[in-house]
Design a protein around this ligand. Structure first.
Ligand code: ZN
Length: 231
């Protein structure tokens, strides 16, 4: 199968999986409320039981270029990578947000109390390591429904997902495919989602071309928090 064909199949599958889920409440942020040509780079730092790592190929590049970005980080990830995360968070333009404590496979299967526990425990770890309280939450795997979103919003969070996914945890999506699909699909206000926990196999390799390509197309990079905070 050639590259373009493989890309089409992978994207069709990803969209089919998304379509199989009931629609999320409209309060879930899937793009920035912006007509301006802004785009938010977001990265998930997921960690369930197996240890993961901070992908410095991604963070070093963005920090050096002064490109703002948002990481949705698991509480366990923050705990296990404390000094690296603290150093990263000290850079301007780096926003670190809540991605649950233990990265449950599907938070819809948890009770209200368990959902609150996941959010609170992660917030505590992030606040201790990052030094700022998170205000945004992303559900692991994007699995959420009216009830679980309601529980998290009642805690004062905005829930932030995406309009379309990059699919970078699939090993066969190479750097060229990531660049190509990003430049083709990105629209004003999009929230791009990659992985910074070592599971975005080709993300660090693709990122310089993505940043240059989007910049050349007139996009400006922003953090999600700064754009939502204005409204
Ligand atoms: Zn995740």
């Amino acid at each position: 199968m050639n590259r373009a064909c493989l890309l089409a199949v992978v994207l069709a599958l990803a969209n089919a999986v998304q379509a199989a889920e009931p629609p999320l409440p409209t309060s879930v942020v899937t793009r920035l409320p912006d007509k301006e040509r802004v785009v938010a780079l977001s990265f998930d730092a997921c960690q369930a039981r197996k240890p993961t790592r901070l992908d410095h190929g991604i963070t070093d590049f963005l920090v050096a270029r002064g490109v703002p970005f948002t990481i949705f980080m698991g509480g366990r990830f923050a705990r296990d990578h404390e000094s690296e995360v603290r150093a990263l968070a000290a850079n301007p333009g780096v926003s670190i947000q809540n991605h649950s404590w233990s990265h449950p496979r599907d938070m819809r299967l948890l009770s209200d109390e368990q959902v609150r526990g996941e959010v609170t425990e992660a917030a505590r770890a992030l606040e201790r390591v990052v030094g700022r309280r998170p205000t945004l939450f992303r559900f692991p795997g994007g699995h959420a429904d009216e009830r679980t979103v309601g529980v998290v919003e009642a805690m004062g969070y905005r829930v932030v997902h995406w309009r379309w996914t990059e699919g970078d945890p699939a090993r066969d999506i190479d750097a060229d495919m990531l660049v190509e699909q990003t430049l083709q699909r990105t629209r004003a206000g999009d929230i791009l989602i990659f992985h910074v926990n070592g599971r975005g196999w080709h993300t660090a390799e693709a990122l310089p071309r993505i940043v240059d390509g989007l910049t050349a197309r007139g996009f400006r990079f922003v953090t999600i928090e700064e754009r939502l905070g204005q409204r």
